[in-house]
Design a protein around this ligand. Structure first.
Ligand code: SF4
Length: 331
């Protein structure tokens, strides 16, 4: 479809199917590998599962997850008059390996390059700008992790993939190395109905491989045991002993459950160069990180996802890996 319009006044309104086709075409042009559109409605089943998970205390230190459950599970709370949710996935896999040197730490793949909030946010804002150019009356809201939106739930509803037993979204054609985001619009669109089936089958590799047994049952992660949670979110606290003794080189995050997943044999190099590892991201020297100064930290991790752990968390992680945790004056 080609939409050529001279002015707002003379512009005919796009039909739901025309708007949907335009949004999908532009989303692919912006580099999103997957895009699906679903009706903006309350995530009732997903909310029940979230509340059960919270009731079991599996959010650990992430108390913010307990707040605003209503907003988190209903896009109409985020945008007045929301009618549609455009769910997108962006491949971030780059063909590099984690450090094997015991003097170096491992950083989760998603954090090797530039901050995905910036990259994804920029693309979704461009998508919204395109919509507003075609249909100035349409209002929209960009959601990239920082907003209280259930990215994985929308991706599933939009048919982008399924939730694996490790609780990450898996796509058939790119594996699980994808960032997720949404564009909420107050316009009616044409909706994708078909969800991807669960293709985990009898596999339990992620459950069996988790160093801390954090996947306590299929599709349920206890963050209290999760290396990612501990090394990223526990910025100022001690690492739980069960995690500290099983870090296996993880300085920031952990990819074990995704590394072992057979669906990641379909991983493909990302075309987004901003996800290429920054200098030093593949094998950061633990000795350096353990004694990192504030100035060097700010400079080195500017616009990097690694900043989420804060300097205190990074230094603690490095010192734990070096066997220096808890030494007087070091934590
Ligand atoms: S490792 Fe196996 S069980 Fe786990 S998410 Fe992948 S396919 Fe599913």
């Amino acid at each position: 479809m080609c939409v050529t319009l001279e002015s707002t006044e003379s512009r005919p309104r796009l039909s739901p199917s025309e708007l949907t086709a335009e949004v999908k075409r532009r989303a692919r042009g912006l580099g999103f590998q997957k895009v699906g559109v679903v009706r903006a409605e309350a995530l009732t089943e997903e909310r029940a599962r979230l509340e059960e998970w919270l009731a079991r205390g599996f959010q650990a230190s992430m108390a913010w997850m307990e707040r605003g459950v209503e907003r988190r599970t209903d896009p109409r709370e985020l945008l007045d008059g929301a009618r549609s949710v455009v769910a997108v996935a962006l491949n971030y896999y780059t063909p590099h390996e984690h450090a094997r040197d015991p003097a170096a730490g491992k950083i989760s793949r998603y954090a090797w390059g530039d901050d995905y909030h910036d990259v994804l946010g920029e693309k979704l804002k461009a998508l919204l700008a395109h919509v507003r150019q075609l249909a100035p009356e349409v209002q929209g809201k960009v959601c990239v992790d920082a907003q209280p939106s259930m990215d994985k739930a929308w991706a599933v509803r939009a048919g982008l993939g399924w939730i694996g037993k490790h609780t990450n979204l898996i796509t058939r054609d790119y594996g699980s190395w994808v960032f997720l985001g949404e564009l909420i619009l107050d316009a009616e669109m044409e909706y994708d109905g078909a969800r991807e089936e669960d293709h985990c089958g009898t596999c339990t590799l992620c459950i069996d491989s988790c160093p801390t047994r954090a996947i306590v049952e299929p599709y349920v992660v206890d963050s209290n045991l999760c290396i990612s949670h501990a090394t990223i979110e526990l910025r100022d606290a001690e690492l739980p002993p069960a995690v500290a003794s099983s870090l296996d080189g993880w300085l920031y995050g952990c990819d074990v459950c995704q590394d072992v997943c057979p669906w990641n044999r379909f991983e493909q190099p990302s075309e987004e160069t901003r996800f290429e590892p920054r200098p030093g991201a593949l094998a950061p020297a633990l000795g350096e990180v353990a004694d990192l100064s504030h100035d060097v930290y700010v400079e080195r991790f500017r616009r990097s996802p690694v900043k989420r752990a804060k300097l205190s968390g990074l230094r603690r992680n490095a010192r734990t890996l070096l066997g220096r945790a808890g030494k007087t004056g070091e934590e």
